[in-house]
Design a binder for this molecule. Structure first.
Ligand code: NG6
Ligand code: CA
Length: 508
């Protein structure tokens, strides 16, 4: 039954059933379950295209994610909107291209909220459709309006842009403040030990990674040499809030428990849960039960941990009888990076594992590995398992989920690809603007075009090719998925076609 069909059927059933008994018939309830399923987005942080067994990884084992991929649709042309976190999350929640908002770049922990509280968002749209909406995990879209007082209710934040419930880490695991924030309040805050945060200067007498290497259990490679929390040097300075500070090794369990609790508490109404994992972003801090499990050092271990967490979470949905009535979408906010600023053995122990699979580049890159990521939709009994070639982006979730739930709301740059996400067709997007650090590239059909950009071709710290070049680059992804042969000179017609289409969207 198509979604439109279900709605029509529901209306007919209601006309017959509701009138006769003045109450909802069983069939009507069943129909409702299909048109208003629970929706869960599980979002990894810096997980690459080649990281899952279902996407070709052989050394790293991800059995739970493989089960999800093999029981749902595995998109092989699925994209994040950007090669870094904040812009991708902005696009996911607003359906607006991140390069339209100058604020949508990697944010410090003190940045103000970059989503306008009047703006359309995915959780707002779903709330209007009768959903309870929650976020558990990484936020990284800013909080407050500037000069946040971490000891009062912090607002605006997720609760002011559509989430009924929030339990978040403000920015990233490597940035202060290193505390959980529940519905705007720092969890376990002792009023006698207030929190202060500054990204410019240290607080007198507080140790730093730069000056106190003897206090570190993890050494910094580049950046990450400000305040020390839990033996790990961070970005930014923080004072106070001792009792509220998270223990990095417990973070996966903490967010899992929160996500499970959220589901149990809201299972009677349709709910939307945005479950934003912190793995495998730096600092990689697996719980001791996962240490050594991948043979690949902490980076592999936290991917194994993330896979376990997802398995447990899905078990909860199953135990609560919700699996047939829940659409699960899994993806990652940007491509992979191995050394992202700490000495954590990730480079040394990587072995033959290829985080980006066959793709060129990585996190921060305009090449494919920056934004092409694992992208899975799973809905037991509704989605027939398979692989899809369709071009899809996370930016399309807003309009697609609006269509699913009967909302007429649409995101400015978000396409309704509901039938693609449900595996009914491979008619995906024709074209997509990709972003990395405010620079953009373009995908159209089988082709990728990177316009000339200033900047170094390689970020040597992280050892990733960024895609910057003084020349136009044009690649045929069907024949050259690894972007080895630049066809810009030999195929000027195709180049012009892509430039014209790109400029029509991006502006010149
Ligand atoms: C960079 C950090 C990197 C990571 C990234 C944000 C340095 C040198 N590097 O500036 O470690 O935190 O920002 O990652 O500080 S993201 O996935 O949230 O976009
Ligand atoms: Ca990220």
């Amino acid at each position: 039954l198509s979604i439109e069909g279900s709605i029509v059927l529901g209306l007919i059933l209601c006309l017959v059933g509701c009138k006769r008994e003045g109450a909802k018939s069983d069939q009507e309830v069943a129909t409702k379950e299909i048109t208003k399923p629970n929706i869960v987005i599980i979002y990894a942080d810096d997980l690459g295209y080649g990281e899952l067994g279902a996407y070709g990884a052989t050394i790293l084992k991800t059995p739970n994610l493989d089960k999800l991929a093999n029981g749902g649709i595995r998109f092989i042309n699925g994209y994040a909107s950007s090669a870094t976190c904040t812009p991708s999350r902005y696009a996911l929640l607003t359906g607006v291209y991140p390069w339209r908002n100058k604020q949508a770049k990697i944010l410090p922990g003190t940045a103000p909220l970059i989503i306008d509280t009047a703006q359309t968002t995915l959780p707002k749209m779903l709330r209007e459709q009768g959903y309870h909406t929650g976020i558990v995990g990484k936020w990284h879209l800013g909080l407050g309006t500037g000069n946040v007082d971490w000891n009062q209710r912090i607002s605006p934040g997720p609760n002011e842009v559509g989430f009924d419930y929030s339990n978040i880490l403000a920015a990233t695991q490597d940035r202060v403040p290193t505390v959980y924030i529940e519905n705007g309040h720092v969890v376990d805050l002792d009023p006698n030990d207030p929190i202060e945060v500054d990204y410019e200067k240290n607080f007198p007498g507080e140790p730093t990674g730069l000056e106190n290497p003897e206090l570190l259990k993890m050494k910094w490679h580049h950046g990450h040499n400000n305040s020390i929390v839990n033996g790990i040097p961070r970005i930014g300075f923080m004072k106070g809030g001792e009792a509220a500070k998270w223990v990095d090794e417990d973070m996966a369990d903490y967010f899992l428990t929160e996500a499970q609790q959220y589901v149990r508490q809201h299972k009677s109404a349709p709910f939307f849960l945005y479950y934003a994992l912190q793995q495998p972003h730096v600092p990689r801090t697996p719980h001791p039960r996962f240490v050594g499990k991948s043979g690949m050092g902490p980076r592999g271990d936290v991917i194994v941990e993330a896979d376990w967490v997802i398995g447990e979470f899905i078990k909860t949905l199953k135990d609560e009888g919700l699996l047939e009535n829940t659409l699960i979408i899994f993806s990652s906010d940007n491509g992979p990076v191995v050394n992202d600023g700490y000495y954590d053995d990730s480079v040394e122990k990587l072995g033959d594992h290829k985080p980006a699979g066959v793709l060129r580049g990585g996190k921060y890159s305009l090449f494919e590995a920056g934004t092409r990521v694992p992208f899975i939709t799973y809905w037991k009994g509704q989605i027939e398992p398979g692989m899809s070639n369709a071009l899809v982006s996370q930016i399309d979730l807003l309009s697609s989920l609006a269509a699913l739930t009967g909302s007429t709301t649409r995101g400015a740059d978000s396409k309704n690809l509901l039938d693609v996400l449900l595996g009914k067709t491979e008619n995906g997007r024709q074209e997509l603007v990709l972003e990395a650090s405010t620079k953009t590239a373009f995908r159209k059909g089988d082709w990728a075009m990177i316009p000339p950009h200033e900047g170094p071709p390689i970020n040597n710290y992280v050892n990733i090719e960024l895609g910057n070049s003084s020349e136009y680059q044009l690649y045929n992804l069907k024949e050259d998925i690894s972007q080895q042969t630049n066809l810009a000179e030999s195929n000027p017609e195709k180049l012009k076609e892509l430039i014209d289409a790109y400029e029509a969207i991006r502006g010149t």
